[in-house]
Design a binder for this molecule. Structure first.
Ligand SMILES: *Cc1c(COP(=O)(O)O)cnc(C)c1O
Length: 366
């Protein structure tokens, strides 16, 4: 493969001594569940994203569930989210006991369209979950204004947007709470599953921690019914080691995105990622649009370049949501993007030569 979609082993090689030492320390101390390595990561991650509290958990999907449960969601409630995301965002609304209400995306940024949110609000609406898709912040000023006007909570799904900023402020600091995934391929990735919820509210942080740990923070004192969703010590130690490199890796992704922008934006059929005003994109993914997307993907693959489609079917049109009978015309942007999006290889260690290969191939394809 001339240009892989991502290269996790290469990243490991660049920091191997730190990762190996972190893993050895946890094994030496038998600090597998909770303990000092988990506490240290929670503190470090809260500091990194400018929030008071970080509650770690098993993955980014559980993080969404725990955040909603902590906010007291109940049957009959409606939660508004975007038509364009990974299924965790909407599936956890259902599992938390509420009903999913999808909104279309903005044509340029792939994030939830604030204009569509107002029209989706009913007397039952309790909250909004914007997703900072691909690493680009949603339009948080508009979303927070709507939330305030209607008395709704906001949970930011930051699974793809570690360290992204909106008007200079970190994502994850706008709503009541925000959720993160540390799935291996995310901008900050563990070597297994991992996740976290952040919040500035001490009451929420405590409730979320209880929910993630069998409903209590002291052994055998179960104040509520919780679940078992813990970050383990090995992943915490690995994440702490990697967190010290996250700013540098983020800058490398942004530099790689700029190289693609320069190489691709003159090609007639290609639309490069559009970044909204005052938003700092962290390029978890670099997703272009092309009218002959499937042919382009096959052509790149045949020439040794791996790509991905995130995601091939927009949420309202998935089999899982057949019960809603959603039609294409209700979500025109998400529907249009679904057939045109293509994510190109991007990772901190991608080389200029690899990027040139990708650009040259796309230019030759036209
Ligand atoms: C990755 C992801 C999640 C889920 O995270 P996991 O750690 O895989 O459970 C949720 N939302 C979005 C937008 C994601 O990209």
């Amino acid at each position: 493969m001339a240009v892989p979609y991502a290269d996790l082993h290469l990243q490991y090689q660049t920091i191997k001594p730190e990762i190996d030492a972190a893993v050895a320390a946890v094994i030496r101390d038998s600090a597998f569940i909770r303990g000092p390595y988990v506490d240290a990561f929670e503190r470090a991650f809260a500091d990194a994203v400018d929030v008071r509290h970080c509650v770690s958990c098993a993955n980014g999907t559980d993080a969404l569930y725990i955040a909603m449960k902590a906010l007291g969601i109940k049957p009959g409630d409606e939660v508004i989210t975007t038509a364009h995301s990974w299924i965790s965002t909407s599936a956890m609304i259902t599992h938390a006991g509420a009903s999913v209400v999808f909104c279309d995306t903005d044509a340029a940024t792939f994030t939830i369209d604030p204009a569509a949110i107002e029209g989706a609000i009913t007397a039952r609406t309790v909250g909004i979950i914007p997703v900072h898709l691909y690493g680009q912040p949603a339009d948080m000023a508009a979303i927070m204004a709507i939330a305030r006007k209607h008395g709704l909570w906001v949970i930011e799904d930051c699974a793809q947007a570690h360290l992204a900023r909106y008007r200079g402020q970190q994502v994850g600091t706008f709503g009541e709470a925000a959720t993160y995934s540390f799935y291996p391929g995310k901008n900050l990735g563990a070597m297994g599953d991992a996740g976290a919820i952040v919040t500035n509210r001490a009451d929420l942080a405590e409730r979320m921690a209880m929910l993630a740990r069998h409903g209590g923070l002291t052994k055998h004192q179960h104040q509520i019914e919780g679940i078992n969703s813990r970050l383990d010590g090995l992943q915490a130690a690995i994440l702490s080691a990697k967190l010290t490199h996250l700013s540098r890796w983020t800058e490398a992704r942004q530099a790689a995105a700029a190289v693609y922008d320069a190489g691709l934006n003159q090609i007639e059929d290609v639309i490069v990622p559009q970044v909204g005003a005052d938003r700092t994109h962290v390029y978890h993914l670099y997703t272009i649009q092309h009218p002959r997307r499937d042919q382009l993907a096959a052509y790149l693959s045949a020439n040794g370049v791996q790509t991905a489609i995130n995601y091939p079917v927009a949420l309202p049109f998935l089999e899982a949501y057949r019960r809603f009978n959603h039609r294409a015309e209700h979500f025109p942007n998400a529907r249009r993007h679904q057939d045109r999006i293509l994510s190109l290889p991007i990772f901190a260690e991608i080389t200029p030569q690899q990027q040139q290969t990708v650009v040259d191939l796309i230019r030759a394809f036209g």
